[in-house]
Design a protein around this ligand. Sequence first.
Ligand SMILES: Nc1ncnc2c1ncn2[C@@H]1O[C@H](COP(=O)(O)OP(=O)(O)OP(=O)(O)O)[C@@H](O)[C@H]1O
Length: 250
Amino acid sequence: MTEPVLALSGLNKSFGALKVTDDVDLDLRPGEIHALIGPNGAGKSSLIKLVAGEMPADSGEIRFAGREISGLDQVARARLGLTRTFQVSSLIPEFSVRGNVALAAQARRRSVFGFVRQVAMDPDLTGEAMEALERVGLQERAGIRVSELSHGEKRLLEIAMALAMRPRIFLMDEPMAGLGQEGSARLIGFLDKLRTQAPILLIEHDMDAVFKLADRISVLVAGRIIARGNADEIRNNPDVRAAYLGEDEA
Ligand SMILES: Nc1ncnc2c1ncn2[C@@H]1O[C@H](COP(=O)(O)OP(=O)(O)OP(=O)(O)O)[C@@H](O)[C@H]1O
């Protein structure tokens, strides 16, 4: 079997008496989309934070690209190609769409090469930004301010910024949230192709998207993985239906 790019084993994290990550094993293989689903408060976002290095785990192992990285901070992990997708809250509304993507490309260079030039004076950064915007279909909006974008366009901009970071894996926390039907359909088509560039760990509440995209699905409830399998296995798993899917389909 192909070596996973990311492998978590026995990962634990508590906030006081609350165990948000309870002995979690999870891996991400080249070319796959692995979805992480579960009810609100199950600990999905916390798990992404542990992987990205935004907070330390209490115990357990995180292997990435063949090495143990639990002891590395967020910046060191980013340097290895491990960053999470930007969130709308991290966009700079007064900057142009292109400028925001150029900043992401610049952040990658800073972490990889240790030096940067000013964004405005660097044609390579602008070129990289335009390339990423074209891939998500936002090229015609490149020159306007981010504050003028619709919510759906902002979500696409986050993806363009993730592309500009050229990560080895994509960590995505609810990319479909707030997209209309058309926007979701477009993003599903896009993510389906994106997996060949780098595998995706996908947190998503939109079960249509999850069932269409995921090669494997892990179900997290109260910090524990209670089931793992492909779409059919998860759809038909009685524990999952009781703990999660039943909520929507009852
Ligand atoms: N810094 C923190 N301090 C204390 N408790 C926290 C902290 N961060 C998260 N929690 C708690 O940990 C639990 C898991 O939260 P988390 O955001 O990881 O869940 P989630 O599965 O992503 O939920 P949602 O689907 O609603 O986004 C929640 O009960 C939350 O209140």
